[in-house]
Design a protein around this ligand. Sequence first.
Ligand code: AHR
Length: 640
Amino acid sequence: MRFTTVFLFILVTLLFFGDSPLPAQHILEVYVDQMGPRISPLLYGIFFEDINHAVDGGLYAELLRNGSFEHTNRREGWVIERGERARATIVSEEPLNRNNPNYLKVELEDSAVKLVNTGYDGIPLKRGEIYLLSFYTKGDFSGKLSASLVKGEEKLAETDVVFQQGIPNWQKIFLKLSPKKDVTDARLVVLLEGTGCLLLDMFSLMSEKNWHGMREDLLRMLESLRPSFVRFPGGCLVEGDSLENAYRWKETIGPVEERRSKRNLWGYHQSFGIGFYEYLLLCERLGAKPLPIFNAGMSCQVRSGTQYCPADQLDEWIQDVLDFLEFANGSVDTPWGAVRASLGHPEPFNVEYIGIGNENWGPPYHINFEKFRKAIKEKYPNVKIVFSGPPSYEGTNFRQAWKWAKENDVEIFDEHIYASPEWFLANTDRYDTYDRNGPKVLLGEYAAHTPGRKNNLQAALAEAAFMTGLERNSDVVIMASYAPLFNRVGWSQWVPDLIWFDGYRVFGTPSYYVQKIFSENRGDVVVRSTLTNEEYRVFGYRYKHLYHVVTYDQKGEELIIKVVNPWPEDKSVWIDLKGKVELTGEARIVVLTSADQLDENSFEELKVVPKENVLFGIKNPFEYTCKAFSVNVIRLKLRR
Ligand code: AHR
């Protein structure tokens, strides 16, 4: 309790009245003895895809760009200067390994070559932190390699290696650099001076302060969402714009230099420095169930020129999934379980859910899905398989997909909804009429797209309103995740996104805080409630004055009332708890609001963040005012 008694008194007076002097605009009746359905324990999760440099240049703590010289433009990220009698070329004659064919060949005759890498927007450095620089090298060279971290003309840290004899085989060199001040935009300068020929590959620079190669500040943002599941690694990314760059999990494990990096369909190169093993570790750290998605044997159907894997080659793709399940869950005596153990995790990850396909539809997908399912269920009958819906959330493809799913006993159907805020507000009852005995729903991707696709409060309010409907229907919608998750500012392909960051800063959008509030205040079971004067017609469209859901937290013995007011005027509600109930008088209130629905957050200013208060002396019934443009959570402590 950080507020003063005076503040408390004023708040209670303003918001709560034992007896309302004026009739409230709405009456919210909560039938505390009428509970159901149960809230799915997996309801709120996250969807992780390397789009907008979410991983490379994002969660992956690697500070250099294209340290492996494998990007489509082999010199991307590098500036290479050479003196007279010096050559620097990118070649592939004696590769580090077959997944990493390109490297830099430097030939010098009493001369110098300077290599400069600026990372993404310059390299952010913290004073006194240790940065590990590593690279592979081989050759016959006599001279010196000095590595420095430089800002403008100033050297912030420097170290060197002297080469006196030939290195016949590729060898990894490790150096440590500790900058003398904080900067946001340094560069790595590697200077080679001497005579001979040196091959160089796989430059890496990473602060020692990382967790399995991941940035702690971004991890903390994910942790504070308390996700119950992580859907990964895409998205369209799984499909590829051809089967050549479809996501293949086996290419993403083991030593980073042996992972087969490639261009992704979002147009940039992925190192897979965070691959399937790291995703599983991430799930473990977050306490979230992994939900890996696998390619269904076809490249992206939304993009032109979809490639379908020939039927007689599909077994290889199916085998990939079976091998993954052995890798994740198998005993250390199995071949893939042994690989997991060799990476440092003998305990199984216990993967229970997987998805086959992303935004796929039509007979080719149905045929493939059936084949995957048969093979997986034969070996892993308890693993639940998510069926992919099409990109549309209504219309012919969508209806046909659902028809097939129901007729073929699909367990979980993956819906994706990107729509206007108005659509979300008008469709909060979408799942009320879903068949309770049909497939469950994973709402694997959704976001409200405002004009200009702004990450503003307006979008967040529409999502919050919709989420009251998800929660109310949590017997059908068992998992939901906003999309996309991350946006590296200046490097993005898609807005809006949940979390924005650059090399050293991060902030949550209003949508982020909606996800956080809902995730932190789920409850275990829905409590029946009704609101008077609910319908709000605007130009013939049916909205609601207020969107609400009530749940009960069994452990904390609290009623959780969520009310969303997406409109520009305050609305008062008379909250009346019906049935056998006694309040302790204590309530925790969380409110997310701002003066203008167009308000956004930024690195400089968090305009839209939740504010929390604890109140005492609440009596049933009481009046509560939902401010214009607000999400409200009222947690009422019950005396049971
Ligand atoms: O979330 C961004 C993209 O939107 C996903 O990759 C894809 O599944 C959807 O079309």
